[in-house]
Write a protein that binds this ligand. Structure first.
Ligand code: SF4
Length: 698
């Protein structure tokens, strides 16, 4: 009798894409094919979206990077050994440091990196490179919500409650969140709720809403002020809550008095009656939530806009009251953890401030260096990219887990800056558009080949587990950082390559910080414990904190802060040359810059190219028909996309998804105006014109 076949390997892990971090079970190997099944993890309860179902295809992408590449004297990238590639990088970094100082080198990380990678990347930048120039693409994702949340509550955690709490909600206001397309499994938690959706487009989420408010792009702040006005004037505020749990209501309410609904209607286009109805729906529901997302955050006034929605939630007494709340729907897979552990320009691990002497002293002690050895805060993401290769800017850039050539605003300019560098190094597992521009490309592991942790949108720390061994020539980012650091003269034991060891150090470094992970361990996570931060290391195991703010907010006096904010309008208004608003966003089939999802056949078949959504009357006015190729141009640049007529679009607005490369990058036309507090670019509104593509007939 022949031996029964060996059982196929299998493991429980999480989807590699968005911050919902749906639970999955992987089974198989590269010979038999890797299969994915959803688990009954609380956020997805047995469901996945199209991206999650097809995620394993990226593991066998035909152009998977399998060997380091170094650009030769003929200008072409050629395969090289790891020693050659790493020696080339180290030599280049040493030369640039001698000629331009430590800030001559910059680091650009990603919100998809595990906690361990994000942590070690920040440590590497600040100790091995001694550079202040580190930031990451999460800056483009929810930095405005983070700034507003910190100011209001004293801490920033996307959702300060588990997703499953939403199941009991009667009313949920979704401001700039297209959940049905970007996080479909989340919709099952909203089935019982009456939805109020604020979005310039009639998205799949808006179609399910009891009330859709459709403001002009860039006017969300005026709308939020108007909603607070209604709450105050109609006597719908929770006065006891406001008095006992908050500060600053008077100034915020006074500011809102200038934003009566009819004035707001003139600016936003949202009928005054609909504004009043929305506030009543929230105020009269025993269980209500206000949730914000990229639509209101990705503006040059994004922080103030989120603050204005938090003002509304506070005035109604929602945050920190059981069965009610305010939260922000984080975007990237580790958007939450990625901004807590040190790859952000102004932060140290544990969500500590790089400008806080106590925080510097604590982290320096764990790292066995002097506090003065730690550089200060650096430039925010777009400012950093804008400075590359300039007179006072960095001359070298190391990119980990990001594709800024596609995802950054004003991307033709960013591409020029990347080209001007003396040294561009990209660590990735596929040849992204940024990797193709690099002098050295370092091939690294991807999700199903690695161990680590991520922190989902609820602040819950999750285990990523390996199903497969990585291809022979592939190294993890932890190994790459270790190998580079050693070449730069750092002690080898300062840069562990085992994720468990890195996590143990992260626990110590985060101890006492806002995002305290010191009570969390791989052992507890692998035993199935549900652990949301803060989870301090206490004598008896701390249970974690699934719900924040029930007794007090995180400010020293325990009270939340209203913000005194006002509306000024977007950075760029329409004109005769650029008479339409353009807004950008995501589609169900693709993720961020598309570097992964454009390599999945089912997803590229679903959405093979960018499109521009236009109202039929607007299209006719500019000489366009359905499926024509159109040029969308702003003062900064142009891109091409296929026309999709949609009678639910506003007449003054077009929409373009941003997942596509080269001349089809939506970010060729986006505006790089930055929010002064968060550094968030204004992805969601700019002025454009739309014309038929010359020489092309439909
Ligand atoms: Fe993955 Fe997000 Fe889709 Fe869930 S919703 S399957 S985490 S992309």
């Amino acid at each position: 009798m022949s031996e029964p076949p060996a059982p196929l390997p299998e493991t429980n892990t999480h989807c590699p894409y968005c911050a919902l971090q749906c639970g999955t079970r992987l089974r198989g190997d590269l010979d038999t094919g890797v299969k994915v099944q959803p688990t009954f993890f609380p956020v997805n309860r047995g469901r996945l979206c199209q991206k999650g179902w097809t995620a394993t295809e990226v593991l066998t992408a035909a152009d998977r990077l399998t060997r380091p590449l170094v650009r030769g004297s003929d200008g072409r990238l050629k395969e090289a050994s790891w020693d050659t590639a790493l020696d080339t990088v180290a030599e280049g970094l040493r030369t640039i440091r001698t000629e331009h100082g430590p800030d001559g080198t910059a680091v650009f990380g990603g919100g998809g990196l595990t906690n361990e990678k994000a942590y070690l990347l920040g440590k590497f930048a600040r100790l091995a490179l001694r550079t202040s120039q580190i930031d990451y693409n999460g800056r483009f994702c929810m930095s405005s919500a983070a700034a507003a949340g910190n100011a209001a509550f004293g801490v920033d955690r996307g959702l300060p409650f588990p997703v499953t709490d939403l199941r009991g909600a009667q009313t949920v206001l979704l401001a700039g969140a297209n959940v049905a397309e970007t996080m479909p499994p989340l919709m099952q938690h909203l089935e019982q709720a009456r939805l109020i959706v604020i979005d310039p487009r009639r998205t799949p989420t808006a179609r399910r809403a009891a009330l859709h408010l459709q403001p002009a792009p860039g006017t969300d702040l005026a709308l939020a002020l108007g909603l607070l006005h209604v709450a105050v004037v109609d006597g719908l505020t929770d006065q006891d809550y406001v008095r006992e749990r908050t500060h600053g209501f008077g100034a915020a309410a006074q500011r809102a008095m200038a934003w009566w609904p009819e004035r707001v209607e003139e600016i936003t286009g949202v009928p005054a009656g609909a504004q009043r109805r929305a506030v009543r729906m929230l105020a009269e529901a025993p269980s209500a939530y206000v949730l914000t997302s990229r639509g209101v955050e990705q503006h040059s006034d994004g922080t103030d806009t989120v603050a204005a929605f938090i003002n509304l939630a506070l005035s109604l007494g929602l945050p920190g009251r059981p069965g009610n709340g305010y939260g922000c729907l984080t975007g990237q897979g580790n958007g939450q953890g990625g901004r807590e552990h040190g790859q952000k320009a102004d932060q140290l691990p544990g969500y500590r401030s790089l400008s806080d002497p106590w925080a510097r002293a604590h982290v320096a002690r764990v790292w066995s260096v002097a506090p003065e050895d730690l550089p200060g805060p650096g430039r925010s993401a777009y400012e950093l990219l804008d400075a590359l290769g300039g007179e006072r800017g960095p001359r070298a850039l190391l990119v980990f887990g990001s594709n800024p050539a596609v995802s950054a605003p004003h991307s033709a300019h960013v591409t020029e800056r990347l080209v001007s560098l003396d040294l561009l190094v990209v660590a990735d597992f596929v040849p992204s558009e940024t990797a193709r521009m690099a002098d050295v490309v370092l091939p690294v592991t991807q999700w199903a080949e690695e161990e680590g942790t991520l922190t989902n949108l609820e602040g819950r720390v999750l285990r990523r587990r390996a199903l497969l061994p990585p291809p022979a020539e592939i190294r993890s980012e932890l190994e790459v950082l270790h190998d580079l650091a050693v070449r730069l003269g750092e002690p080898a034991n300062r840069y562990p390559t085992d994720p468990r060891q890195v996590f143990e150090e992260l626990r110590a470094t985060s101890r006492g910080g806002r995002a305290d992970y010191s009570g969390i361990s791989y052992k507890r996570l692998d035993a199935g414990e549900v652990l949301h931060w803060p989870c301090p290391d206490t004598p008896g195991p701390h249970p974690g904190t699934p719900r924040l703010f029930l007794d007090r907010f995180a400010h020293p006096d325990g009270r939340a802060r209203f913000a005194d904010v006002d509306f000024w309008g977007p950075a760029e208004e329409t004109s005769s040359a650029h008479p339409l608003y353009a807004t950008t966003g995501r589609v169900l089939a693709h993720y961020q810059s598309g570097a992964q999802t454009r390599r999945v056949a089912e997803l590229t078949e679903a959405v093979p190219e960018p499109f521009v959504e236009v109202h039929p009357d607007t299209a006719a006015r500019w000489g366009l028909a359905d499926r024509d190729l159109a040029t969308i141009s702003s003062a900064r640049g142009s891109m091409t996309a296929r026309v999709r007529l949609d009678p639910t679009m506003r007449l003054d607005t077009v929409f373009v998804p941003f997942h596509f490369p080269h001349e089809r990058r939506a970010n060729l036309f986006t505006h790089p105006a930055l929010d002064p507090r968060s550094g968030m670019p204004e992805f969601k509104v700019c002025a454009v014109r739309i014309t038929p593509l010359p020489g092309v007939t439909s």
